[in-house]
Design a protein. Structure first.
Length: 212
């Protein structure tokens, strides 16, 4: 039984409030379509947005610049530098998409979740330089993206493309972006209703995919 209320019956986007960031709590949340999103001067809210942003792999849009960037000499890895990736995401400027919410307690919590096997990172390397990457959570066969960063042009987008290919090879057809950003919209992400998202999540979990 989940420690969270069923998001289907929530009137708003926030379904619970509380500062419990233990591994079991985070795991339970993600597997029920819920994620924490810290807001300054507020108790920690847990979200399941009424409009959920997802990226269906068949909708993935690659512009000309990104296609050219794919032919570069960058190297990609998975789970080789999770602490470095999440710290780089925390330090990345967000512009119109808002300031960072990845505070030290979030870094610590997701690093614990990574050690438990639920949180994962993709790294982009330019020689020995960590040039970009992303991290997120395996919600039981569905990848929920949390944040990304780049230090060279297009590195975060290339990390996502590498991840999509990785997930496709393991039978996945979509990933969870949580909320819309200009970055993800440009790649083809779109919004669906919370009810449809929760149905898709349950269907994917029932397939028993091993995506990492």
């Amino acid at each position: 039984m989940s420690r969270f209320p069923d998001p289907r019956y929530a009137r708003g986007d926030v379904v619970a409030v509380g500062d419990d960031l233990r591994v079991d709590t985070l795991r339970d949340a993600y597997r029920h379509g819920i994620f924490p999103w810290p807001h300054e001067r507020l108790p920690l809210p847990w979200f399941s947005p009424r409009r959920r942003t997802v990226l269906f792999f068949d909708d993935l849009h690659l512009g000309r610049t990104l296609r050219r960037a794919q032919r570069g000499e960058l190297r990609f890895t998975i789970d080789q530098a999770f602490p470095e990736v999440i710290k780089a995401c925390a330090a990345a400027p967000r512009g119109q998409d808002g300031g960072t919410w990845i505070e030290p307690e979030i870094i610590e919590a997701y690093t614990r979740l990574h050690r438990a096997g639920d949180a994962h990172s993709v790294e982009v390397w330019n020689g020995d330089l960590l040039a970009g990457g992303l991290y997120g959570v395996d919600a039981g066969g569905v990848f929920t993206g949390e944040s990304m960063f780049h230090r060279v042009p297009n590195a975060s987008k290339l990390a996502l493309l590498f991840l999509v290919n990785h997930l496709r090879e393991r039978g996945a057809t979509w990933l969870d972006c949580q909320v819309t950003t200009t970055h993800m919209r440009a790649l083809g992400a779109r919004e669906i209703s919370r009810a449809k998202f929760l149905d898709m999540l349950a269907e994917a979990q029932a397939q028993g995919l091993t995506i990492f």
